[in-house]
Design a protein around this ligand. Structure first.
Ligand code: EPZ
Length: 416
């Protein structure tokens, strides 16, 4: 077991290169099982969840070669099963449902349990796939799916589910006829998946809007594809610059995919300037509190909720943040209070009153973005902060200590 020890109070200055997007790479890696003669992906981040997905691809019968950020996937003798001991470590494994049904007509995927931030059901995935002709049984915690050839359907999602939209995009790519997804998720990672599938010969239009149309094709062809940069990692380092009163140049920063985050940070008094090869971020005078509501894209992303709360803790005045996507995504609040933050929770809303300073202490990470929030708080807390359970962090932030040390942070990973 490892922990991070952070010495707070140093402004971060320098350049950080934003890595490939975890949440774009995961579905694209799993979609690759539908491409008979294989694909080559680049800018794939080196993360725990990526390594778990690559392990799953091997279990599904694919040959996978990984060399730095390049991953080659070639389906060989495909098998339809995603086992529980893998799925329980990464819920996103459920994204193999659509590809397996699309290419094999069968799937046996462990029903992902809940996780720290919420129940995370997949009912919307299953009901939409049933409209395309799939049948499901639930046996001993496994979703057993089968179908003849999936057929196109006109689907309306009760909620713009990211994973549900991604599973249906992949399933519809090789289905008979046209599929229409209404109230589809508009997240940039969904767009990246659709663009990847189109590069393999799929016929998808409307990605990035609420209505996506997919004309099924008979097969998908090999391609080379570069994963988009990670907008949540980028947003996290924007806040690192602001919270430490430093100045960071973020190379390959996805500026246009961060409108809602940039708007709110500017409202707080953060200076953000887009350049040719990246984005420059620093404070512009005192930070002031703001109100935020998390929403599906293009609203403020729930994956940036924990990080902006850390910044609100030291902003002048009050801030209010409402979490509307997940039912239990405030576990980082009690840890921030241990550092001296003034936060009150009422249902799905956190009221934050800025304090002059935070004081370092041992804190516990509960999930991926909560762990990022505690690192951000530790960067400015007076004295030493120790962040425990940092395996959460390694799921979604490539080389985070190295990137932070390179810009002046005092941070080290040690054995507990
Ligand atoms: C994706 O999760 C991301 N994960 C999450 O990022 C992100 O927070 C989330 O989208 C929202 O943007 C990946 O892309 C791997 P949803 P996903 O389906 O697909 C409910 C991170 O930190 N729902 O849009 O699971 C669900 O319970 C992670 O990188 C149903 O009720 O999100 C939740 O309340 C955390 N039934 C809401 O919708 C369903 O069938 C959003 O879920 C599906 C979802």
């Amino acid at each position: 077991m490892k922990k991070l020890i952070i010495g707070g109070g140093l402004p971060l200055k320098g350049r950080i290169r934003i890595s490939g997007s975890k949440n774009a790479a995961l579905p694209i890696l799993l979609a690759s099982i539908m491409v008979e003669n294989g694909v080559t992906l680049s800018n794939v981040p080196n993360l725990r969840d990526i390594n778990t997905t690559i392990k799953l691809l091997s279990l599904l019968g694919c040959a996978v070669e990984q060399n730095q950020g390049e991953v080659k996937i070639k389906p060989q003798n495909l098998l339809p099963e995603a086992p529980y001991d893998l799925v329980r470590t990464m819920r996103a494994s459920v994204l193999c449902l659509g590809p397996l049904l699309g290419i094999l007509g069968q799937a046996k995927v462990a029903l992902p349990g809940g996780c720290a931030i919420g129940a995370r059901p997949v009912d919307l995935h299953l009901s939409a796939l049933e409209q395309m002709g799939a049948e499901f049984d639930l046996e001993s915690g496994y979703i057993i799916g089968r179908c003849q050839k999936l057929r196109g359907a006109h689907i309306h999602f009760d909620f713009p589910t990211v994973g549900g939209t991604e599973n249906l995009l992949m399933a519809a790519a090789l289905a008979e006829g046209e599929t229409v997804l209404e109230n589809a998720a508009r997240e940039p990672e969904v767009v990246d998946l659709a663009n990847f599938l189109n590069k393999c010969g799929a016929k998808i239009s409307g990605q990035g809007t609420s209505i996506i149309r997919i004309q099924g094709v008979s097969s998908l062809s090999p391609c080379k594809y570069r994963i988009m940069p990670d907008r949540i990692e980028a947003g996290t380092y924007m806040i690192a610059a602001a919270i430490t009163d430093g100045e960071l140049f973020l190379e390959e920063c996805p500026f246009n995919e961060l409108d809602a985050v940039i708007y709110k940070l500017r409202e707080m008094g953060v200076w953000i300037q887009e350049g040719k090869t990246g984005v420059l971020v620093r404070r512009q005078g005192t930070l002031t509190g703001v109100d935020v509501v998390t929403l599906p894209f293009p609203g403020f992303p729930t994956d940036m909720q924990a990080q902006i709360i850390a910044l609100m803790c030291i902003a002048e005045g009050s801030s209010m943040i409402k979490e509307t996507i997940f039912e239990n995504r405030f576990m980082h609040v009690l840890e921030l209070v241990r550092l001296g933050a003034n936060i009150k929770l009422s249902g799905q809303t956190a009221m934050v009153r800025g304090v002059r300073e935070l004081i370092g202490a041992p804190v516990m990470a509960s999930d991926l973005r909560a762990s990022a929030c505690l690192v951000l708080a530790g960067l400015i807390a007076k004295g030493k902060t120790e962040v425990y359970r940092i395996y959460h962090l390694d799921r979604g932030y490539e080389k985070i200590e190295q990137k932070l040390v390179n810009v002046g942070a005092r941070i080290a990973r040690v054995n507990v």
